[in-house]
Design a protein around this ligand. Sequence first.
Ligand SMILES: Nc1nc2c(ncn2[C@@H]2O[C@H](COP(=O)(O)OP(=O)(O)OP(=O)(O)O)[C@@H](O)[C@H]2O)c(=O)[nH]1
Ligand SMILES: [Mg+2]
Length: 449
Amino acid sequence: MQHTICALATGAGGAVALVRLSGPEVRRIVSELIRRPAALEPRKQTLCSIYDGKEVLDKALITYFQAPHSFTGEDVAEFAVHASPYIKGRLLELLCEHGAVAAKRGEFSQRAFLNGKMDLVEAQGLCDLIASGNKAAHKLAMDSLDGKLSARLEEIKKRLSELLAQIEVRLDDVDEEMTPLSDKFVEDEINGVLGHIKALADTFSVGKYIKDGLKTAIVGAPNSGKSSLLNALVGFDRAIVSDRSGTTRDTVEETLEINGQKIILTDTAGIREHALDPAEKEGMRRSHRAMEAADLILFVLDAFRSLTPEEKELWQDICRQNKRTIIVWNKTDLSAQCPLLEEAEKYPSVAVSCKTGEGLERLKKLITADVTEAQTADGLMISNLRHYEALLRAQTELESVLIRLESNAGGEIYAEHLRRALTHLQDLIGEVTPDDVLGIIFSKFCMGK
Ligand SMILES: Nc1nc2c(ncn2[C@@H]2O[C@H](COP(=O)(O)OP(=O)(O)OP(=O)(O)O)[C@@H](O)[C@H]2O)c(=O)[nH]1
Ligand SMILES: [Mg+2]
């Protein structure tokens, strides 16, 4: 039999806290604590005294949800108690003294999943929803939680299953009474499904930024205005600005929201050939590290002066990294003309002045441009590495069918690849996922969820 589990579902602070209890013993445990059997009516809140021995621990609002009409699919009670650390802690102790056990991370969600209340994609959406800190991340999580993403995956699975059935039925047709499937038909079907899978997988590059934030490094020569740019974008004096070269030593990080998206902005030490001291040298090493870790590079140049040899070298270095990069010509209040930069036409560029604020709105649009472009037609996106990898595996199997078609390998082989592709999609939704993997996935959820 399943244990009855309990946990605090709310964080620190506040006036009211929520304690959750789920499992077969909920009615008994609650009745013992409130000393009023039969007081619980499903989906109704009841004000009850919770007894700790002879004393009343608190007066709580208890909501009872009867199985299977609850979040977990089991009997559930939620106690809204006063948020004193003593009351919260003692209530959990009392619940355990009466037979409940402390829930593991994500255990309520895991039970909801096991009882068919939601699939793995929806459960992940729920976890992301709780963590979402901005509008874009919220939408992404909501699409996953309310089943839009699962519905798309089901459609893909259905199409593949139908194709597989058509192939398998012909494998059993020893008398060859059925018309064979043409290679063209199989190829078209596979290509159709591949199109959907690839479109979804392609959104990962951006989906993960929406969830985790876009790591953006501001790099360039000393005095080009990197720290000024950081300050202008975040809207306050975060980093020290001065007219002396080599002001910034350590990297300075700030998280902000641009057009509803999370951006993790890092200002770095200016790169030049000769560092004044070991601290500046270490600063430059950190600049390179930030550049390597970044998803997006803002290369800042002083439009007022021509390029130094070190700047040219740094630019070559950036080009070699093959990363999303935006060229930012700064100080356009001093000069209307930007010096020539090799291969600049390959990258988006913008002229700004950190002093007057000119061009900053355009820069912000460029920073978030990828997200607007990368969405599928209906805005569905994936942001989870596990989902991405499962889609890639399914994609590889389908591409194998296309290759095998060329050598006329036969239905047995096509069916095998299709079965494997389907298994990867089922794993994504959680239909065939082994228990230990489920345990790992749910252990990343928060307590009380
Ligand atoms: N006129 C003008 N001056 C600017 C602009 N942006 C920055 N400056 C000035 O340029 C100088 C250097 O600016 P910083 O932001 O400290 O430059 P940095 O790239 O961070 O320099 P390091 O930290 O030394 O690498 C300061 O005197 C700023 O006031 C601008 O758009 N226009
Ligand atoms: Mg600086």
